[in-house]
Ligand binder design. Structure first.
Ligand code: F6P
Length: 548
């Protein structure tokens, strides 16, 4: 059987041969061969410093990867995205999250219509609303000011808002409480609301489609909770707003569309946190800070679109991901922020990366004959060090790591005797990359007087790749650049693999089967089941356990 077009490309084949050469080289050797490597394989753009010298690459690798990008017409695909072409072909949609952060006055046309003007009209409405709530002039039904905001949504309508709220908490209105409800598990809603006063609580129901089971169930629960406490249908108007592309469904649910903030089908769920889906973020940090975040996104968009590939952060990150995934056979990427405020960043990236690039057919429907999206996962440092880093250092699998850190802490905490806890944190970040790359040889271990039986256990092979991203300080702007960096890196990978990074058909089957199963679980009489023997038995056993 002949290989796919991608695998037949000269640059792909050259990379395969080159991988055999690099495979023989240890990072120790690469560093020894080039004493300037730490400077040469690093760059700083739009406030982000990227050190990729601890990746298992040399300048030939990078040249070949750039050739691969050219052979896959990355520039053409990039322009198609920025130009509003319908590059999400399976849904026949444009992909224009970049328009969400384009400055007012810029023009991006979709079917002849300027969407940037629409974006700014919604941003202005959001800002006016956020100002009213934050200043206390938007009052609840009984005249109390809003002190609690509960955002209800799931997937792209939740992960971005939660991540951004946590990331930018230092800038948030501390007198207000923000909660997020996503899971259809009733515990999520009950725990999020149990200590809240309904008279002071605003619900934001976020759903692009406004048909999502989890979100609508939780929104119904919120409505009942609110009515129960406030005893008046009229209260809904003061305590519920919606964010959606689907005005009809919002109205059907009973939320006045005057209290709806819209977005558009050219915004993918996982690319929507800077649209009205970010209303909770704006309520937390205020419109000005929100706009700073948008400016950060936009700065990275411009950089991605215009910087030469040698100095293009998302292109480099995307190509390095291809290299590790397809040529060094690394199946996952660990994202390790050494910044507590980024604790939900790995979870956010899981949807961004895996819902985008977890595909096994190309745009024309042909099965791929190469690995696509790696598994993204992670935890904030230093917590991960005391948990799963063991495997990253000494396990049999190669796990490329992205370390993320900042020069300045938002919460400096002096250490007795001098220094700050932030230095301890960052020393750990820097040391981990060094340990992964260079390891510790058996000779070094022996030289420390280690008993021979323990030498193999205490040896570190090293040669484990990582990148380090540093920025000055976690600001709304820096967060925007960081997210856009990953978004465009995901895009680069999708273009090389020739897949549709903007659909998510893989989530449909489970949703569809759940509908049948819900009917079977809730049937009053024992249902007739026609699944496989395992599923039939699980349904029966669940019903027995539930009914006692
Ligand atoms: O199930 C996957 C998904 O469609 C995601 O892509 C999306 O972010 C999420 O569900 C929520 O969808 P909605 O915003 O329409 O409720």
């Amino acid at each position: 059987m002949s290989h796919s077009r991608l695998r037949r490309l000269p640059s792909w084949q050259a990379l395969q041969q080159h991988a055999a050469v690099i495979g023989e080289k240890h990072l120790r050797e690469l560093f020894a061969d080039d004493p300037q490597r730490g400077e040469a394989f690093a760059l700083e753009e739009v406030g982000l410093y990227l050190d990729y010298s601890k990746q298992r690459v040399d300048s030939d690798t990078l040249r070949l990867l750039r050739e691969l990008a050219a052979a896959c017409d990355l520039p053409g695909h990039t322009e198609a995205m920025f130009g509003g072409e319908r590059i999400n072909t399976t849904e026949n949609r444009a992909v224009l999250h970049v328009a969400l952060r384009a400055p007012a006055g810029e023009q991006i046309l979709v079917d002849g219509h300027d969407v940037v003007a629409d974006v700014h009209a919604v941003l202005d409405r959001m800002a006016a609303f956020a100002d009213r709530v934050r200043s206390g002039s938007w009052l609840g039904h009984s005249g109390k000011r809003i002190r609690n905001v509960v955002s209800i949504g799931i997937g792209g309508s939740d992960l971005g808002p939660v991540m951004a709220y946590e990331a930018l908490r230092d800038y948030s209105a501390r007198e207000m409480t923000f909660r997020f409800v996503s899971n259809v598990d009733g515990t999520d809603f009950v725990e999020a609301t149990r200590d809240l006063d309904a008279a002071e609580t605003l619900f934001i129901v976020c759903s692009k489609t406004f048909t999502t089971l989890e979100t609508l169930s939780n929104a119904q629960a919120a409505r009942a909770w609110c009515l129960d406490a406030l005893g008046d249908e009229k209260a809904i108007a003061k305590h519920f707003v919606a964010v959606s592309t689907n005005a009809d469904e919002v109205a059907k649910f009973g939320i006045d569309t005057a209290h709806m903030f819209g977005f558009w089908d050219w915004v993918g769920g996982r690319y929507s946190m800077e649209s009205a889906i970010g209303l909770s973020t704006m309520l937390a940090i205020g419109p000005e800070r929100f706009r700073e975040m948008l400016a950060g996104f936009h700065a990275m968009d411009e950089h991605f679109r215009h910087a030469p590939y040698e100095r293009n952060l998302p292109v480099l990150m995307g190509l390095l991901a291809i290299w590790n995934n397809n040529f060094l056979d690394a199946a996952s990427v660990a994202v390790l922020p050494y910044e507590q405020y980024l604790k939900r960043f790995p979870a956010y990236l899981q949807q961004l990366t895996m819902e985008s690039n977890g595909k096994s057919v190309t745009l024309d429907g042909t099965a791929v004959d190469y690995a696509t999206g790696p598994i993204y996962w992670g935890e904030p440092g230093t917590n991960g060090q005391h948990s799963f880093y063991q495997l990253i250092h000494q396990g049999t699998r190669i796990v490329p790591c992205d370390f993320i850190g900042f020069g300045q802490s938002l919460n400096p905490l002096p250490v007795r005797g001098g220094g700050d806890q932030h230095d301890l944190l960052m020393a750990n970040l820097i040391a981990q990359g060094e340990a992964l790359a260079f390891g510790k040889s058996a000779e070094q271990v022996r030289a420390e007087g280690t008993p021979e039986a323990l030498v193999p256990h205490r040896t570190f092979s090293g040669n484990r790749p990582s990148s380090t991203i540093l920025a000055e300080r976690l600001t709304p702007h820096a967060l925007g650049t960081l997210i856009a960096l990953y978004e465009h890196s995901v895009f680069v990978q999708g273009v090389i693999w020739g897949i549709d990074s903007f659909d998510q058909w893989g989530v449909e089957l489970g949703k569809q089967l759940a509908k049948t199963t819900i009917a079977e679980l809730t049937a009053t009489d024992e249902p007739t089941l026609a699944h496989d023997s395992s599923t039939n038995r699980l349904i029966r056993r669940y019903r027995q356990l539930r009914d006692g």
